[in-house]
Structures are given as structure tokens and as C-alpha cells.
Design a protein around this ligand. Structure first.
Ligand SMILES: Nc1ncnc2c1ncn2[C@@H]1O[C@H](COP(=O)(O)OP(=O)(O)OP(=O)(O)O)[C@@H](O)[C@H]1O
Ligand SMILES: Nc1ncnc2c1ncn2[C@@H]1O[C@H](COP(=O)(O)OP(=O)(O)OP(=O)(O)O)[C@@H](O)[C@H]1O
Ligand SMILES: [Mg+2]
Ligand SMILES: [Mg+2]
Lengths: 256, 256
């Protein structure tokens, strides 16, 4: 199982949108995919039409109670090969619970070990903060994708994020490597976004994924229908771009 | 001094953009304005062209060390009546430091008491998490503005934010009231944003501020020049809308 954490301290850069749609694209390509919502906002859960408040058991229970195995909380999405571990606002209590646990940075990693053979991919959506919960995601993962909006504030924060990932690799998880920086919310035709993209590619080089996700209002509409863009509007540019991202992640040749 | 916290757990909804431009608009209207950057990302600091790493003293020092008065860290912006208390990544260490302090939820409030007579407005930019730092901002404030993007994920999280603010008012700060919900990043002409705006006004009524901030690429370009939109491009729609917001906040009659 390849476990990929989708993380960035900057808020609103497309972490959830990427988690939901990359997981959906991988599942549609036939990979057995597990999507874990590790944000107490529960937006990845909402993204598949699951009401967070209605779940009496979530990833919170799996993390804080070793007697609750992951399969107890899993929910089937509208895509056969995609299964979701939902969250809700109770997850914000995980931070205090984890503080008191043994080896508190690796709890999620241990909970996922048994499921390595059941899934090909595990995607983890993180909240915009460097909490113990996010650290658990980074230690359970072997790869990280950092979505970055092509705006000034986002670029400035990126150096901090990369430094933080270095620290995590050195102190907690030697396997962790950056699969790539994903440019998101790129506005077609604006000088700002083109400038920022060029600056990013010259500064970060190969670290920037080839796939760029452009702004498309349908990507913002899809969560309202409780679906990923893949099933909500498969012909939309956003759907094509996230499918291209899935192919780039799987090392297949990208069909341009 | 009216102290207004700009907060929302949802990332990327325009907290920093609102803090920077509302503070600038208030200062241009002649009010003595203090902008406090309470986000370790230091984006409000960047928004005025101040390099966070270059500051050897920031709001972190004021919070964690009672011997460092606020005036030691203040920086003059490019607008005469606007002064900034900058932050940088060291502020992420404040959480652990506050944990050990007496009356840890009210530390910022106490540090600001002496400055009540020197400023008319104090604007506090918060990070997208409900940390002890954000709680300090909510306890130092008497008013809260909640910026909300007119998208699905943002709406869903709003109920949680309002519940959280209720808890803070009941347990920590009886003076805290919601000055308003500010609709931001509204895309002109899309059905989604119009739908969401209508849903919001029918559900939340008067709580929704009259001023709506529309998406304008110049608002995203201004931080690159290290200026607020007010001086970067005063004729831009974003500048007019933030000036209208400042007038709405000051209870003046809004010139429509
Ligand atoms: N490519 C895109 N085109 C249009 N809208 C988008 C795109 N990507 C994301 N969005 C919208 O922008 C908003 C922010 O995206 P999203 O919530 O995925 O970011 P996030 O990083 O997960 O935020 P948070 O920091 O709160 O977790 C959402 O309303 C989403 O629907
Ligand atoms: N009205 C607008 N029009 C166009 N771009 C905007 C507008 N408001 C904000 N932006 C841009 O959108 C991005 C998100 O805004 P901003 O950083 O202010 O949100 P935030 O809530 O402070 O984010 P965080 O949760 O990371 O603190 C920024 O790149 C900003 O420049
Ligand atoms: Mg998210
Ligand atoms: Mg901000």
C-alpha cells in the first residue's frame, strides 16, 4: 500500500479537493483506495455526501481506542473501489488524547499496519495546522503531496512546510519523501499565476508535479452534490486534470 | 479601542486579506489602527512588505515574556495611522509556552490593556485553527468578523465556528459578540456563489454583513508588492469593497 499524505500549513490551497479527487481517480483506474479524513472539519467526508454528525464512529475512535479496528468505521463511497474513513468535529479531541498515549506520533501508523494488503493506495487529508494529528499522518505516510495555490502568500509558506517535512523525516519517519508540489487553483490567463508558476518551477525544479490543477467552478460545486468531480462532471477540465495527476502519481506515461 | 478578531477554522477564506485591508481602510479614514499578526505563517506581516524572518522580536516575545512591552515590536506600515505587531514562525512555539502560564487564555488581553487609549481599532489576524493562541485573540477581542468563502465547504464549517464562538463567550469572554459574517472571494456571475449567498442570507439574516468582497486578482497581487490594496490599487473594486466594509464597521451610512 502506498500511503500519501496531502498536507500544507496554508489554508484553502486545495488539500481536501485534491484528496477527494485524487482518491476517486485512483479508484476509477481500478486501484483499491482508502481515503482517510484527518481534518476535524470533516470536509473529505462531506465531499462524498456523508454527513459527519451522523457518524457515531469515526477515525477518532480508531486513533484513540485500540479496540476499535479501522474496518468498523469504513464507509463505501459511490465508487466501488473507494472506501472512506470519515471524521467529524469530535476529532478535534484527538490531540489531547494522543498527548497521553505511548509513542503518540506513530499511533495512526500502527492502526494502518494490518490493512497494508487490502489497499493499493491510502490518501490522507490533513488540516491546515501542524498538530500531533498531522504528524501522525506524516508518520503513517511514505509520500507527501503539497498542494500550493499560485498566489504570493502560498509561496512564502512553502519554504516553511518543506523545512518542517525535513524535520519529520529526520526525527520520526525516514521513509517520508516529497512526491511533489502540486500547483492548484491556477487561474487561466492571469499574469500573476503564470509568473508564480514560472518562479516555482525555476526555484523548485522537478519537485513541481507536471500536472497543474486550474480553477474550475465545477470543482467547487461537486461537494454540494456529495460527489467527486470524477462522477459529478467527468468531462470537466478539473476531472481530466485530476485523472492526469493520478496517472502521474502511478508513473504511467501522461497522455497530453 | 475596539478590538476585532478576524477568525474562521476554514483555511483560505480571506482572513489575512480582510485583516490587512480592513486595517488599512480604517487607518486611511483617520482611525489610529493596530494590526496584530497572530498567525505563525506571518502573512499579515508579509502583506505590508515586512520580512518575518528579519524581525528579531515579534508578538511571540510580547506574549511569552512580560518584560517585553508591545511597543518594542511595533512596526510602522506605509500608512501613517497603521501600526503592525508582526509575527514569524517562532510564534508556533507560543502554544507550548502559553500552556504553562497562569490564566493562559487571557495573556494577550492583559498585554493589550495598557494600549487601549493609544488606538481606536485593533485588528487581530488568526490562523485557521482553534488553538490557545486563537483563544487568546478571542478573549482580547470584543468583536469577531468571520470571513466565509461562498463555497460549500465553507458553509458547512460555519455552524461549527458559531458554536465555538458561543462556547468562548459563555466560558471565557462575555463581551465577545459577532460583528458579522463577511462573504468573501465571491465570484461575480456564477450560479454557485449567488445560490450560496442567498442561502446564507436566508439562514443567518442580519448576521451577514451588507458588504460582499468579490474575487479580484489585484487583491492577490497586492501582497506581492508588500502593500494593502488601498495603496496598491485604490481604484480597484476590492479597495472600494474593503473601504465600504470599514464604513459599515464604523456604523457610518454606507454610500451605495
Ligand atoms: N481547482 C479548483 N477550482 C475551483 N475551486 C476550487 C479548486 N480547488 C479547490 N476549490 C475550492 O476552493 C476552496 C478551498 O479548497 P479546499 O477546501 O479543498 O482547500 P483545503 O486546503 O482543504 O482547505 P483547509 O485548509 O480549510 O483544509 C473550496 O471551497 C473548494 O471547493
Ligand atoms: N477577494 C479576493 N480576490 C482574489 N484573491 C483573494 C481574495 N481574498 C483573498 N484572496 C487570495 O486568496 C488566498 C487566500 O486568502 P487569505 O490568505 O487571505 O486567506 P486566509 O483565510 O488568511 O488563509 P489561512 O487560512 O491560510 O490563514 C490568498 O492567496 C489571497 O491573496
Ligand atoms: Mg481541507
Ligand atoms: Mg491567513
Amino acid at each position: 500500500m502506498r500511503t500519501i499524505a496531502i498536507t500544507n500549513l496554508k489554508g484553502g490551497c486545495g488539500k481536501t479537493t485534491t484528496s477527494v479527487n485524487l482518491a476517486a481517480a485512483l479508484a476509477l483506474k481500478g486501484y483499491r483506495t482508502l481515503l482517510i479524513d484527518l481534518d476535524p472539519q470533516g470536509h473529505a467526508t462531506l465531499g462524498f455526501g456523508i454527513i459527519p454528525e451522523n457518524r457515531n464512529r469515526t477515525i477518532y475512535d480508531v486513533i484513540t481506542n485500540p479496540d476499535v479496528p479501522l474496518q468498523c468505521v469504513l464507509v463505501q463511497s459511490n465508487i466501488p473501489k473507494l472506501i472512506l474513513a470519515p471524521s467529524n468535529v469530535l476529532l478535534s479531541g484527538a490531540e489531547a488524547a494522543l498527548m497521553k498515549m505511548q509513542d503518540r506520533e506513530h499511533v495512526l501508523m500502527k492502526r494502518l499496519e494490518k490493512y497494508e494488503r487490502y489497499f493499493d493506495y491510502c490518501i490522507i487529508d490533513c488540516s491546515p495546522s501542524l498538530s500531533l494529528l498531522t504528524l501522525n499522518a506524516l508518520n503513517a505516510a511514505t509520500e507527501v503531496i503539497v498542494p500550493v495555490q499560485t498566489h504570493y502568500y502560498s509561496i512564502e509558506g512553502l519554504k516553511q512546510v518543506l523545512e518542517t517535512l525535513d524535520i519529520v523525516r529526520n526525527r520520526f519517519n525516514p521513509l517520508l519523501h516529497i512526491r511533489g508540489i502540486l500547483l492548484t487553483l491556477a487561474e487561466q490567463g492571469t499574469v500573476l499565476c503564470k509568473d508564480i508558476e514560472n518562479q516555482m518551477r525555476s526555484y523548485f525544479g522537478q519537485l513541481i508535479l507536471k500536472t497543474v490543477i486550474h480553477r474550475s467552478i465545477r470543482l467547487a460545486e461537486a461537494p454540494g452534490a456529495g460527489e467527486s468531480i470524477m462522477t459529478f462532471d467527468p468531462k470537466n477540465q478539473g476531472a481530466k486534470e485530476y485523472m492526469q495527476l493520478a496517472e502521474e502519481i502511478c508513473y504511467e506515461k501522461i497522455r497530453l
